[in-house]
Design a protein around this ligand. Structure first.
Ligand code: MG
Length: 396
């Protein structure tokens, strides 16, 4: 556990290599990783975080993100975001912010691409239903599940379960964690990724950055998908300051602009401004705090942040999307069905575990095995299984 794969002499070489890559002292330096749970020799050409990113891209769970709901169910339209396109957008935004701050882009990309691997089919409705089903069996939470996917559920290596990722990538994937779950993690891996939730310390800057890139990404793409689906309108968005500022800017420069192009130009300007806002606010926080290493970052309060004004505007936009999109009758109607599918699948597999794939059916921790099995499903596989097991088709 926690084996450091650093080779003799690498520490001396580290500042030079890091400087070549443009990394700041407070960045996560791949040469100084806290290592992998199972020791592996270093790769000849790739950094440890590049390897993590590559392992995630090749994983089964990553491929399934294509067919998992973000907000709109996967079968509702081919142009809406899925977990896959969302994760790619988070990685893009994350890298845009990481480079000017001198942070490790490969680590940011690895965390961003893995951050939603634990999501159930049917988005948050699926996770809530599964959490209800798992009451009395330890509950279900998608951040913990993302960690389970990379630590255990991926089966690609002869000698161990999971992808054997570095501590820093796993730390970033575990964005949130309850105290009870942190204690369980700490017991299994003392001083590991559960520890910071007991000590109330922060993760690396790269991990902090991914959280904010996630928020920037979904706020923007949910406006886009929301307007294109017809569930929210450009007129409604005039009441949202963060969007309206850029809509007005775009119209001042291109008075004839309307429809899709007006939408895209407004979102493009909004995204750029948020990215520059995070870079500026974080630079200011870093110059006040002056952390000299990634470990000094962990002992500080959060350093990657929006300016106060942007934080307020972003919160207002979130509230707008919550009320008008996530709680839109057309969205809640399908999410109610999704909840029912997950509940009935859970009951069916609990009653007859042999209906699952053999390695899940054989597990002794049967409730958790069912949760792992359902969580790994794509929307369409879950709908197909539901039809097979109940004889009913809930989605038209
Ligand atoms: Mg996300």
């Amino acid at each position: 556990m926690g084996t450091v794969i650093r080779l003799a002499g690498q520490i001396d070489a580290e500042p030079t290599r890091a400087a070549v890559r443009g990394l700041a002292a407070y960045a996560s330096h791949a040469e100084c990783t806290r290592g992998r749970r199972h020791a592996e020799p270093a790769a000849p050409t790739r950094s440890e975080y590049q390897r993590d990113r590559d392992r995630i891209v090749h994983s089964t769970a990553f491929r399934r993100l294509v067919y998992k709901t973000q907000v709109f169910l996967n079968h509702e339209g081919d142009l809406f975001r899925t977990r896959m396109t969302h994760s790619l957008e988070v990685a893009q935004l994350g890298r845009s912010i990481a480079r000017p701050l001198g942070l490790d882009e490969d680590l940011v990309e690895a965390i961003a691409l893995a951050h939603d691997l634990g999501h159930t089919p049917f988005g948050h409705a699926g996770q809530d239903a599964l959490d209800d089903c798992m009451r009395g069996h330890g509950g279900f939470e998608h951040n913990m599940q993302s960690l389970r996917v990379v630590d255990r559920l991926e089966q690609r290596y002869p000698a161990w379960d999971g992808l054997n990722l570095t501590f820093e990538t796993r730390e970033g994937i575990l964005k949130r964690c309850s105290r009870a779950a942190a204690e369980t993690l700490e017991a299994a891996e003392p001083g590991g990724v559960g520890r910071r939730f007991l000590d109330r310390t922060q993760p690396s800057l790269e991990a902090q950055l991914c959280n904010l890139a996630d928020e920037i990404a979904y706020n923007a793409h949910d406006i886009d998908d929301g307007v294109r689906s017809g569930l929210i309108t450009l007129e409604q968005l005039e009441g949202v300051p963060l969007f309206d500022t850029y809509r007005r800017q775009a119209l001042a420069k291109y008075p004839q602009l309307q429809g899709r192009r007006l939408l895209y130009e407004s979102i493009r300007r909004m995204l750029s401004t948020q990215v520059y806002d995070v870079i500026d606010a974080t630079r200011a926080a870093l110059s006040r705090a002056r952390p000299a290493s990634a470990d000094e970052v962990r002992a500080q309060p959060p350093l990657v942040a929006f300016s106060d004004a942007m934080r307020r505007d972003s919160a207002t936009l979130k509230q707008f999307l919550f009320r008008n999109l996530y709680r839109h009758p057309q969205v809640t109607e399908t999410t109610d069905l999704a909840r029912q599918v997950v509940r009935e699948l859970f009951a069916a597999y609990r009653a007859d575990p042999a209906q699952m794939k053999a390695d899940f059916a054989a597990r002794a921790d049967s409730a958790r095995a069912v949760a792992d099995y359902i969580a790994g499903m794509t929307d369409r596989f879950a709908a197909h299984e539901h039809r097979r097991l109940t004889g009913r088709s809930l989605f038209a």
